[in-house]
Design a binder for this molecule. Structure first.
Ligand code: SAM
Length: 322
């Protein structure tokens, strides 16, 4: 079973962004987000302990989402939904301004190397997204065993006008804990909790909704205006790539999908600001026209890089047919 086939997992393809939480999940009074839930042990316990809150878990690793989905498959927890995506790009795309009462991060990967600093939650872009999606009075809680990381995150948030009173505590206790937290506490290791309350309104630009797309407002189905190229004419696609702004995409192998050679799939990798998605674009011959669109099996968010990949493939296919 694939991770998105589990009932509590939100499959990206049919999700309209930003999420309409009331329509999708009913009227629970509060909404919380946990970023990087790992195996989901904390997530499940936290959701069970807070039945008045809808908890959404966001995790970048497919393997972790699958593990957590299995963990919750047999439990009656209607207030927990999980999904697979990179929080750095997708948190602001999933949630409208002033949507979340709480955002939690437990033991995030610290990314100690300088070249990976952009991946830390201490990066300014993360503070901006957080400042947008939290409600006024909403709380960000980060728990880590890395003192330097907690301090760096504190600096980033304190510099932000929406979080003037962010602070770090040690020696705190909380009702739900993670496995490593319990282990480290038993070993007498220091654990740090950074808490920040949103005090002022803030907004950020969204890449998939919420502004005039201009030239990027293109449909996800595009016609080349020419018949589909023959299979042997497609070798040029392998490794062809494009970029615009923070969006990049590359075409990989192609496969003939229909017995008559009139349908083929192009493996595609799309990246929006480091958020990578892998999927197939489908090319189908329709009379004198070839139609390009994400394959129906593609479980992806329709981000700018996906739209631009559709447009780019359509153009390249049109050019190769005389
Ligand atoms: C060190 S583990 C901690 C897991 C869990 N929170 C715990 O305390 O046991 C960090 C987790 O964050 C996830 N992660 C890292 N970067 C992420 C991102 N940008 N968006 C969502 N999840 C992320 C990783 O896949 C990993 O599962």
């Amino acid at each position: 079973m694939k991770y998105f086939d589990y009932e509590n997992v939100l499959s990206p393809r049919n999700l309209k962004l930003p999420l309409d939480l009331k329509r999708l999940f009913g009227g629970l009074p509060k909404v919380a987000l946990e970023i990087g839930f790992g195996n989901g042990e904390y997530t499940v316990k936290w959701a069970a302990a807070n039945p008045d809150t809808l908890l959404i878990g966001l995790e970048v690793s497919f393997a972790s989402v699958t593990r957590c989905a299995r963990r919750i498959a047999d439990i009656e927890l209607s207030n927990l939904k999980i999904l697979c995506a990179d929080a750095r790009f997708m948190m602001k795309e999933l949630f409208a301004d002033e949507t979340l009462d709480r955002v939690m991060m437990n033991f995030p990967c610290p990314w100690p190397k300088t070249r990976h600093a952009k991946r830390r939650v201490t990066a300014k872009a993360f503070a901006d997204s957080l400042a947008a999606v939290l409600k006024i009075g909403g709380v960000f809680e980060l728990v880590t065993d890395e003192g330097w990381y907690a301090k760096e995150a504190l600096q980033a948030l304190s510099r932000h006008k929406t979080f003037p009173s962010a602070a770090i505590e040690e020696g705190f206790s909380r009702p739900v804990t993670t496995k490593y937290e319990r282990k480290w506490l038993e070993m007498g290791k220091d654990i740090f909790r950074l808490t920040a309350v949103k005090e002022k309104k803030f907004t950020v630009r969204r890449e998939t909704w919420g502004f005039d797309w201009g030239e990027r407002d293109m449909p996800l189905h595009m016609k080349t205006g020419k018949p589909a190229p023959k299979e042997e004419e497609l070798a040029f696609l392998l490794g062809a790539s494009g970029a615009r702004g923070d969006a990049r995409w590359v075409f990989k192998e192609h496969y003939v999908a229909g017995g008559d050679g009139k349908k083929f799939l192009v493996k595609t990798v799309s990246i929006d600001d480091e958020f990578e998605q892998r999927y197939y674009l489908q090319v189908t011959e329709r009379g004198d026209n070839a139609l390009v669109k994400p394959d129906d099996t593609a479980k992806i968010f329709l981000t700018p890089s996906v739209r631009l990949a559709v447009e780019d493939l359509t153009r390249r296919l049109a050019e190769v047919v005389p």
